[in-house]
Design a protein around this ligand. Sequence first.
Ligand code: SF4
Length: 228
Amino acid sequence: MRGTAIADLSWEDLLDTMEREARKRGAPVYSFKGERNPFQILVSAILSTRTRDEQTIKVSERLFKMVKRPEDILKLSEDELDELIREVGFHRVKAKNLRRLADILVREYGSRVPDRLEDLLKLPGVGRKVANIVLANAFGKPAIAVDTHVHRIANRMGIVRTKRPEETEKELMKIVPKELWHRVNKPFVGFGQTVCKPTKPLCGECPFKDVCPKLNNISAINHSKTSL
Ligand code: SF4
């Protein structure tokens, strides 16, 4: 990529490069074993808030041996569920929310996960990030799930200049081609887990080191829909 700038890269190239690098380095986001159904994707996304990725994966894999549908959560008492997810942040609140959420899904949605943003946002413990992860990963719908990795890296690379993840989501929706929205989250997360880490990013080993504004003191913002 020497001789080019971030703004000259296509979104496909950027996402492919991030994904390749993240997979090569064993990023936790790509290490989930087996397929997950929409309900398990929703539960994982809720568990992941304020929690390290490694812990989310460990707890999810343990939980999903017993929990495949909302009814399975309702068979567990709040204390039993809390014990099963005790390694994630705010596990007590999450155990309570997961039981309430499972009850709503069974009673109001025929045990299915809704595939509309407005319905997802009404569920306990579900904010925009979680809802967008479900829409993108469970249903392949156009949604950009912005977590701390996406927010941090998009700003470091000069793709956006924002203060909060909600603003980043809005800005990215203006510049990422809609057919790629559902693909954005995982490559950014994997790249953030392995290369562009929150503290001490591995800039010297980064495939974007020759073009990243953080190292090259250039602006990358270009609101073209075909490139960055
Ligand atoms: S050069 Fe550094 S700051 Fe820029 S994307 Fe790579 S790791 Fe992140």
